[in-house]
Design a protein around this ligand. Structure first.
Ligand code: PHE
Length: 452
């Protein structure tokens, strides 16, 4: 089995492929609205601390498991310890839940890209445009279906490499464009500076356990952790490439882009709302409401907007591809069907599963599950329940059954593991305790037992 596993070529190949999966809507769409909602600076601080300690350790662990076992998640965990084979199964279910609603948001991005291309930039900046748009049932479903069909075609024809090449060029452009928007907003809009301060200064009075719950869910999501993806990537990684360094690079990339996206959106929200904090709690629509307004104020903003949404679209596509790849690989493995049949099956299934998320803003807007809108519900179940369970079980498996030693040895195959003590302590003690607390609080919160 291991002999015919293809592997990434070159040092940077692995990092780029993993970063392509990690950088996506999570960074550009999800991070800013969470940061805005959960108190700005304090959220950012908690996120960065978690990312450097916990996110780092978990990512190293997953990559090392993949490289050590040379297997896909389903069998990798089983081969380490039969009693933990459920981790592989649970981890494989996560992308099945994420992919449909991820594509719904991907569809929103596609709509905005096409809108900016076809001269609708002005009306998209209008008050309530976004809310009216998602409240219509038909069109969002159409774009959602197109986004998913494109993803499926790429996976079916195996042209991921081509897309990755394009996105390699586009990512630096995205960063430059974001930097430009940040500088432009701060320099020209009244009130934006106040937003910058809100975003970077931690206000400890805004801290609650929900800040940590949200930050941790975001960490899993953004770094594509706790769903087997990094295990799969690890299984393709060559032995002479440093897991530790690669993880640092992916992390820096991922967190850097999320930070910039927040810096681009939060100050603008402040400027447009005149510092009204109510505007910060808008949730999933925040980016779609704010960006067109920014582009409206920039000369030539319509063109810039089209380019920007195209790049976000590409980032979203590379992530969606990795989600779909994982699902397809698992299903082919289990059902032994052809790749084509499998892609069709996943496409159809994901479409059906995504419908409620899309319709949750229109005809089903009054439906609530655990008090949440449907898209929020799926987001919650995957990020705040399933992923923490996978992460907790992984930590227990590595910390106490396998012990961190074999994984540390795996990391050391490609050189010194500088932070191995941090790694052991995180995986054994800090992470499991934190995850458990977080899991309990998010579930209690969702069931309304306590309001945190
Ligand atoms: N990490 C991706 C993002 O930030 C989302 C994603 C999650 C991709 C899970 C693959 C798997 O957008």
């Amino acid at each position: 089995m291991s002999s015919n596993r293809s592997s990434f070529t070159g040092k940077i190949g692995f990092v780029l492929a993993a970063a392509g999966s990690a950088v996506g809507l999570g960074n550009i769409w999800r991070f800013p609205y969470l940061a805005a909602k959960y108190g700005g600076g304090i959220f950012l601080l908690v996120y960065i601390i978690l990312s450097l300690t916990f996110g780092f350790s978990l990512m190293v662990a997953e990559i090392a498991i993949g490289r050590k076992t040379q297997q896909s998640p389903i069998t990798a965990f089983r081969s380490l310890d039969r009693r933990f084979s459920f981790i592989g199964i649970l981890a494989s279910l996560v992308p099945i839940i994420i992919m449909p609603y991820y594509s719904v948001i991907g569809g929103w991005v596609l709509k905005y890209f096409v809108g900016f291309l076809t001269g609708e930039a002005g009306s998209m900046a209008g008050k309530d445009y976004f809310n009216y748009y998602i409240a219509t049932p038909g069109e969002p479903i159409l774009w959602f279906a197109v986004f998913m069909a494109v993803t499926a075609l790429i996976v079916l024809f195996g042209v991921q490499k081509g897309i990755e090449k394009v996105s390699k060029v586009m990512m630096p452009m995205l960063v430059v464009l974001m930097l430009f928007i940040v500088i432009y907003t701060i320099a020209t809009m009244d009130g934006a500076w106040q937003g910058v301060l809100y975003y970077i200064t931690p206000d400890f009075s805004k801290f609650s356990i929900m800040t940590v719950v949200a930050a941790m869910g975001q960490l899993f999501y953004s770094m594509s952790l706790a769903m087997g993806i990094m295990v799969t990537f690890g299984s393709y990684m060559k032995k002479d490439i440093s897991i530790e360094k690669s993880t640092h690079q992916i992390e820096l990339f991922d967190t850097g882009i999320a930070f910039l996206a927040g810096l681009m959106i939060v100050p603008a929200v402040f400027a447009f709302s005149g510092g009204d904090e109510g505007a910060l709690g808008q949730g999933p629509g925040l980016m779609f409401v704010t960006l067109p307004k920014i582009f409206e104020t920039i000369p030539g903003g319509a063109v810039l907007g089209a380019v920007f949404f195209l790049m976000v679209l590409l980032a979203a596509l590379t992530s969606a591809i990795s989600l779909m790849e994982t699902i397809v690989a698992v299903i082919i493995d289990k059902l032994k069907i052809s790749r084509k049949a499998c892609c069709m099956l996943v496409l159809g299934g994901a479409f059906l599963l995504g419908l409620p998320s899309s319709l949750g803003y229109s005809v089903w807007k009054d439906v609530r599950l655990l008090g949440m809108q449907l898209l929020d519900f799926f987001d919650f179940i995957s990020n705040s329940v399933m992923m923490p369970i996978v992460a907790l079980a992984t930590c227990i498996l590595i910390g106490f059954f396998l012990t961190p030693k074999p994984l540390i040895e795996e990391v050391e195959e490609s050189g010194l593991f500088r932070t191995k003590r941090l790694f052991s302590v995180m995986i054994r003690y800090v992470a499991p305790v934190c995850i458990l607390l977080i899991l309990i609080s998010s579930v209690l919160n969702a069931f309304g037992v306590v309001k945190i």
